[in-house]
Ligand binder design. Structure first.
Ligand SMILES: Nc1nc2c(ncn2[C@@H]2O[C@H](COP(=O)(O)OP(=O)(O)OP(=O)(O)O)[C@@H](O)[C@H]2O)c(=O)[nH]1
Ligand SMILES: C[S@@+](CC[C@H](N)C(=O)[O-])C[C@H]1O[C@@H](n2cnc3c(N)ncnc32)[C@H](O)[C@@H]1O
Ligand code: SF4
Ligand code: SF4
Length: 326
């Protein structure tokens, strides 16, 4: 049975980061320079990551999302995923990626048993895309999305972090992608993890987007599936796909939080924003699978009631998302 925390939330979703490396440098995720890469020796092996996944499923995790950094920069990913897929009791194996390598990898990822892919895409304009990612080539990601559509994933979700004055003028263009393709386009509120000055001016609340979109399109709310993440979904009347709103800042979803996180160096976190001081390495090194299970269960049980992102104590706390996995 899945562990519950003291607030009665059932924890059945693990976000497992397999690397802190990335081939892009998105402005909202990483600083322009000075990012310290973890030493290779600090990164867990596939065998260790697999043992963590098994322990998580043994305590009631039903869905595992592979994230990073960019998971597809790590060599041997399809074989690792195929191994995870064989863990008895795991219901959903899913992946979040920037899409750059999907053009060549989508088919083998689907064959490995990945059910759905979430692809980050913040602009449909080549120059804006390369400014946000500091180096990306939009055409590669569009190729990746086409390959994913061809590979037959259950769901393809596009993640757009909306930033005022940067890409928010494209929200209607993103919504139009759902008219005749079964894509789930999700608008994500910008989280100021790097504690930039003036971040408030960037963040576009989900409500504002919903109201802008409903002036152009008739929208109907869609109900979520049991293992869905935090997005709230709508469908434009008659459209093939849906629109999702992820609102960690304006209307947090902590009351329904069902997840724990493990970083690529083996730190387990009860919340995206906690300090994450519990390492799984001692249990991995000693072959102590019971200890792994117990530690995961304990950390799941200490999930905070909600994040304190907007509070003053949070002001000193900055981190790069790429080291945690979002
Ligand atoms: N504050 C907060 N943000 C989250 C959490 N989980 C995901 N996000 C953010 O939601 C956005 C989308 O994350 P994804 O990796 O696509 O995962 P997901 O939204 O759980 O995906 P589905 O399971 O497919 O619905 C990213 O910006 C994440 O940082 C969470 O637990 N708390
Ligand atoms: C850290 S990335 C890792 C996976 C992969 N590299 C990718 O970009 O999809 C996971 C998710 O976190 C999101 N993310 C990163 N920094 C964010 C921020 N400051 N605010 C909101 N979402 C953020 C990204 O847009 C992406 O959808
Ligand atoms: S959001 Fe993903 S692609 Fe962009 S820098 Fe972060 S880890 Fe890399
Ligand atoms: S901020 Fe923390 S408690 Fe809230 S939904 Fe995210 S992980 Fe869960």
């Amino acid at each position: 049975m899945s562990p519950s925390d003291i607030y009665g939330r059932k924890i059945n979703y693990l976000r497992l980061s397999v690397t802190d490396r990335c081939n892009l440098r998105c402005t909202y995720c990483m600083p322009a320079s000075g990012i310290k890469k973890r030493a290779h020796s600090d990164i867990l092996s596939y065998e260790q990551l697999h043992r963590i996944a098994e322990a998580a499923v043994a305590i009631g995790v039903e869905k595992i999302r592979i994230t990073g950094g960019e998971p597809l920069v790590r060599k041997g990913m399809p074989g690792f995923l195929a191994g995870l897929k064989r863990i008895p009791g795991l219901k959903k194996l899913v992946l979040t990626t920037n899409g750059v390598f999907l053009g060549s990898m989508a088919g083998e990822l689907r064959d490995a048993g990945v059910e759905s892919v979430n692809i980050s895409l913040d602009s449909l304009r080549p120059e804006v895309f390369s400014r946000i990612t500091r180096r990306g080539d939009l055409s590669k990601v569009l190729e990746g999305i086409a390959a994913a559509e061809h590979a037959g994933f259950e769901h393809i979700k596009l993640n757009m972090v909306v930033m005022r004055g940067v890409n928010d003028a494209e929200v209607l263009d993103f919504a139009a992608l759902t008219l005749d393709r079964p894509l789930k386009v999700r608008f994500i509120e910008y989280m100021p993890t790097l504690k930039e000055r003036n971040w408030q001016s960037f963040m576009v609340p989900g409500d504002e987007l919903l109201s802008r979109l409903s002036k152009r399109y008739p929208l109907r709310k869609v109900t979520n599936d049991a293992l869905d993440g935090p997005a709230v979904y709508y469908r434009i009347d008659g459209a093939a796909g849906t629109l999702g709103f992820i609102t960690p800042m304006s209307s947090h979803f902590c009351q329904n939080c069902n997840r724990i996180r493990v970083t690529s160096s083996g730190t387990v976190k009860s919340c995206l924003f906690d300090d994450g001081k519990t390492s799984l390495k001692p249990y991995l090194e000693n072959g102590d699978d019971a200890g792994l299970r117990e530690t995961l269960r304990q950390v799941a049980g200490t999930k905070p009631h909600r994040h304190m992102f907007m509070s003053r104590e949070a002001d000193n706390h900055s981190f790069t998302m790429s080291q945690i996995g979002g």
